[in-house]
Design a protein around this ligand. Sequence first.
Ligand code: B12
Ligand code: SF4
Length: 494
Amino acid sequence: MKICLIIPPSDFLSDERVFMTLGILKVASVLEKAEHHVDVIDLSGISNYEKVVEDYCRSTEAGIFGLTATTPQLPSAMNVLQTIRNHRPDTKIILGGPHITLVNAAHKREQKLKINGRATTSFNQLFNDFDILVAGDGEEAVFRAIQEGAPKLIDADIPKDILFLDNKRLNELPFPARHLVDVNSYHYHIDGVRALSMIAQLGCPFECGFCGGRASPFLRKIRTRTSENIVAEMKHMFEKYGIRGFMMYDDELNVNKKIVELMNLIAKTQEDLGVEFRLRGFIKSELFTEEQAEAMYGAGFRWILVGFESGSPKILENINKKATRDENTRCFEIARRHGLKVKALMSIGHPGESNETVMDTRDWLLQIKPEDFDVTIITTYPGTPYYDYAIPHETESGIWVYTFEKTGDKLYSKEVDYRTTADYYKGNPEGGYKSFVYTDHLSPEQLVELRDFVEKDVREKLNIPFNPSAAAIRYEHSMGQMGRLPPNILRSTQ
Ligand code: B12
Ligand code: SF4
């Protein structure tokens, strides 16, 4: 039976065709390898995406639909779900991806503690809305999900289970089916070199309070492929698409103990091929060493992204970041010594955040002078410690309170129905932000004001322009040929 996999839009991003969604393309590639007929519909950047789904439903013989969704993508995924239900009520609809994985992990925690909390409500809603839920690795689980009579929940986020991939099986998988999206419509450059994304390793063992999946082995347990296998994917991308730029999606590249070996192999591969690569990826600051930096430069890195989060020692402690401000400064200095530019990823709205701690962040940015940075306001997504450990406010309904035990500092968050709301995440840095969190010192409005101020002030002083954005495009019925959706939206295995 034909299977249709759908990437919902992310209209909260300022440009949706920059970073492609690799997870569902990994699912597509195993289905393709098993000779299933797969259609992939990529709705990234399509404003009237429901119309696309409607037109597709009218003409397809696909009997199974699989959707992926992060939490902010969930409202559009719900619209896609409803459109399919309206036009093809006979089909089976599967939900996979980060949101359900995180909600499932948070729900399991509540079950263990015998709490009937927010995660249980969210989980039950999705359980009723979709036919099948897949949590964790999709590559094996999808085969169970498409079987007739499959259970409603397929939990592939249990390390001892056969559905949870080990390193050996990760190495055996086909590469993500990038050919099932319009690769050329994705435009990203690293130092002027056209780049595509890839993910080499999964998982990060740290426990930052705002980070999703600290209770999910899928997102927590480090799983790596061999350096040879990672380089084989790069070579494949170079040969197939002429790509020399690689944006690495790995949570934190240097939690991999073999990072230097990997970098050296990437460098050697370029010598063998007679080309020069450019790479960009995420680094955990206190683990960064001179040796790593040198090897990374040799492999073609000119940029690293570092989640420093805050310039305030107190906030770094409250985040449970495990990196001090001095270590963050040191990381920056190592990068600079080795010719690596730094994008500093900063966030505000943590427990105990105050005017003073936000200004510490601004001052630290002005002191270290990164080549680029961004400042986001925290969202307490399901599956983050800030969400999972929060308890209902004693007097105010709809408000949840997270307390960082060591310091007693608190973070308050407003209850959100993630199926309908995505206002908490806005890509537009100029006035597009909304806060659903507050602290004892700052209201949601003050957090937004301060965020906007820090971003504007630091950009002005360091002369860093705002990132460009691209408007979504409208799908016109006439864009399709002979009743088929256009190739920037639909690609098929046959
Ligand atoms: C790279 C990345 C980005 C990139 C690219 C995103 C993209 N287009 O994929 C950018 C920078 C754009 C980005 C942005 C954001 N991201 Co991000 N990102 C990641 C990161 C580091 C890697 C993504 C990845 O490729 N993972 C590897 C693949 C294999 O995993 P996967 O996508 O989950 O897919 C597997 C399974 O979920 C499953 N599956 C997936 N879909 C389907 C569908 C079916 C039918 C089936 C059966 C199975 C299945 O099978 C796949 C293969 O095993 C993840 C962390 C992580 N390690 O996953 C965070 C992560 C996904 N991002 C996160 C967040 C919070 C964001 C932002 C909201 C940032 C913000 N400021 O708050 C935005 C939102 C973007 C969006 N479109 O929704 C959170 C998600 C939280 C949540 N509740 O959804 C994560 C988990 C980080 C974290 N630990 O907190 N992100
Ligand atoms: S923010 Fe980075 S270091 Fe912290 S838990 Fe998440 S991935 Fe790991």
